[in-house]
Design a protein around this ligand. Sequence first.
Ligand code: SAM
Length: 242
Amino acid sequence: MFHPQGPTFRELARQGLSSTRRGYDLLAPKFDYTPFRTPDSLLDAVGEQLALLGPFARGLDLCCGTGAAMRMLRPLCREQLVGLDFSAGMLAEARRSLALEAPPPPSGPQVALVRADALALPFENAFDLVTCFGAFGHILRRDEPRFVRGIHRALRPGGRFVFVTLPAPRVLSAAWALGRGYNALAHLRNLLVRPPFVMFYLTFTLEAAHALLSEAGFEVSVTRGAFGSPYQRFVVVSARRE
Ligand SMILES: C[S@@+](CC[C@H](N)C(=O)[O-])C[C@H]1O[C@@H](n2cnc3c(N)ncnc32)[C@H](O)[C@@H]1O
C-alpha cells in the first residue's frame, strides 16, 4: 500500500492524532508517496472529459494538496489557475512540484496558491471551473451545504463544479461495512482526542451530492469516466451554475 519513501506507521499515527490541518502539514513531504494522493490515471481520465467542456478562463482546485490535479488543469485554463488548501505544508510541496519559484513558462495561465479554508472561500463570481479531488471526506456532513454554497458563489454564472465520486454502496455490502466501521473508529478517536481529525468515508456520494447541488441551484449532469481498475465505479459529476 505504501511506497518505501512514504510515511512510517509511527508517522501516520502521529498525523492521525493531530488536527486535520496539522496532520497534513506533517504528512506533506511524503504525501505523494501515499495512496491518499489522487492517481494520475484517474486525473487524466477526468482531464479528457474537461477538455470537451473547456478551455476555461479561470480555474480553482479546492483542497489542492501537493498540486496533483493542478498539473492536469494547467493546459485547460487560459488565464488563471488557483490552488487552495489550508495546509501550509501541502502548499509548499505544491509550489515546489509545480515549479512556481521558476520564471513562468511563456504560455499558459498564471498559477497561484492560496492558503484558505474550503468552507470559507474568499471568492465571488470569479471562476469558470472549480474542481475538488480526494477531499470530500474532510468536510463534515453538517458543513456540506455551506461548502456547496461557497462553490456556487465562487463560480461565474455558467461556470462548472466538476469532481469524481461514487454511488453510495448497498447497505450491508462489504464497502458499506468497511466505511461504517472506519467512521465509528474516527468518531471514537475524535471523542477521546482533541483537536479532531476530520476524515470520514461514505460522504458526498453521488446521491447526496446530487441532492445538495440541485438544492443550491446547480444543474447536475453525471457521466461514467473511462476509468480503469480499480476505479470503474467512479462517475464524473459536472454541476453547472445557472
Ligand atoms: C487527501 S488530500 C487530497 C489532495 C489533492 N487534492 C489530491 O487529490 O491529491 C486532502 C487535502 O485537503 C486539504 N483540506 C482538508 N480540509 C480542508 C479545508 N477545510 N480547507 C482547505 N483544505 C482542506 C488538506 O490539507 C489536504 O491537502
